[in-house]
Design a protein around this ligand. Structure first.
Ligand SMILES: NC(=O)c1ccc[n+]([C@@H]2O[C@H](COP(=O)([O-])OP(=O)(O)OC[C@H]3O[C@@H](n4cnc5c(N)ncnc54)[C@H](OP(=O)(O)O)[C@@H]3O)[C@@H](O)[C@H]2O)c1
Length: 324
């Protein structure tokens, strides 16, 4: 039998953690060394068709894993990342603790921001990777061809209107997320450009020296999973065939689908892909594009991208266990 690499999951009883456990259990080269929880340590759960007993995060031997996925909340994660590193494990951190543009604790210096399609070589060489947030993954990959070619108009405003399914808010019960509150309704939240994902998105725009403002308005969509982001971008000049920029940039990317159709959630749910299209905005004074991207917040926006990064860090094929 082929030797499998042991990996562990912290926060395994949460949405992202359970998704990770399912991907690890189905992975051809990884085995699940532990699935640890907080308050639900010791409880049993059915995950991806298997019975799992959650370990207690404070009792588990982190060093039995070659790599630990931390799917813990912001603020709680960084300490466990340090413990896993001290125990000799590599780490993919799904929280915002080590992402750029946030108030990072010690230990964040030099940690690559694991937007795989941008940072592939840095991720391959890293012991710790900060996995991007779900909205930033959709938004930044959608913008990438324009950022790399310096086509975003300096002084302009990139406007992102995005909607996410309710798993984006995590497993902790909240009255405003009850079925009766969410179903047959649609609402914005974090309005006024204050969402916590703005930090990492702005940091990435800065890294590409894009001197544009970013206005991001998230919405709550009454579905379990999926994000659809509609982005308008003012350009320095009109481009003849916008979609060709995306087709060219992502031609060899296994997890980016460029389409002339409008992406929908059904195209991407339970898949590790970003599906994206771009077109001219008609009737504007300055050349402007409309870019639309769809992802599954729990897969390409969290656990799938985390496994993509882990594959690189462990010397495996980037696509292993992530059938597109
Ligand atoms: N949901 C998404 O779409 C998504 C996308 C991208 C990134 N993320 C990030 O992934 C992380 C997990 O998100 P989630 O939505 O899966 O959250 P969640 O459903 O609320 O799960 C949180 C997990 O962390 C555990 N936990 C909480 N506090 C802990 C502590 N002090 N010590 C040990 N374990 C603790 C919980 O265990 P108990 O319940 O047993 O206490 C649970 O397993 C967050 O940082 C989030 O920002 C989430």
């Amino acid at each position: 039998m082929m030797h499998k690499i042991p990996v562990g999951v912290l926060g395994a009883s949460g949405y992202a953690g359970r998704e990770l456990c399912g991907l690890v259990l189905a992975h051809p080269s990884l085995s699940l060394a532990f699935a640890a929880a907080g308050a639900r340590g010791g409880e049993r759960a059915r995950v991806a068709g298997r019975d799992i007993t959650f370990a207690n995060s404070d009792a588990v031997d982190l060093g039995q894993a070659a790599l630990v996925f931390s799917a813990l909340p912001h603020g709680a994660s960084a300490e466990y990342v340090a413990r896993a590193r001290a125990a000799g494990a590599k780490v993919v951190d799904l929280s915002a603790d080590l992402r750029p543009g946030n108030a990072n604790p010690a230990g964040a210096e030099g940690v690559p921001y694991g937007l795989t399609e941008v940072a592939r070589e840095a991720v391959r060489a890293a012991d710790v990777v900060a996995n991007p947030g779900c909205y930033p993954t959709a938004t930044l990959l959608a913008l990438l061809p324009l950022l790399e070619r310096k086509l975003v108009a300096p002084g302009g405003t990139i406007s992102v209107s995005a909607a996410s399914g309710v798993t984006g808010a995590g497993f902790t019960p909240r009255h405003d997320l009850l079925f009766g509150e969410v179903s047959e309704d649609f609402r914005a939240y974090g309005a006024g450009n204050v969402h916590r994902h703005l930090g990492e998105m702005r940091a990435t725009l800065d890294a590409f020296a894009a001197e544009a403002d970013l206005v991001f308005t998230p919405h709550l969509l009454p579905v379990a999973r999926g994000i659809l982001a509609t982005i308008t971008v003012p350009l320095v000049e009109r481009v003849e065939n916008p979609l060709a920029l995306w087709e060219e940039r992502f031609a060899r990317e296994p997890f980016v689908e460029v389409t002339s159709e409008l992406p929908t959630l059904k195209d991407v749910v339970r898949r590790n892909v970003v599906r994206v299209t771009a077109m001219h905005a008609q009737g504007t004074r300055r050349p402007t594009l409309v870019v639309i991207a769809a992802i599954d917040n729990l897969v390409k926006g969290a656990a799938g991208q985390a496994v993509q990064n882990a594959n690189l860090m462990l010397g495996l094929d980037e696509t292993a266990g992530l059938a597109a």
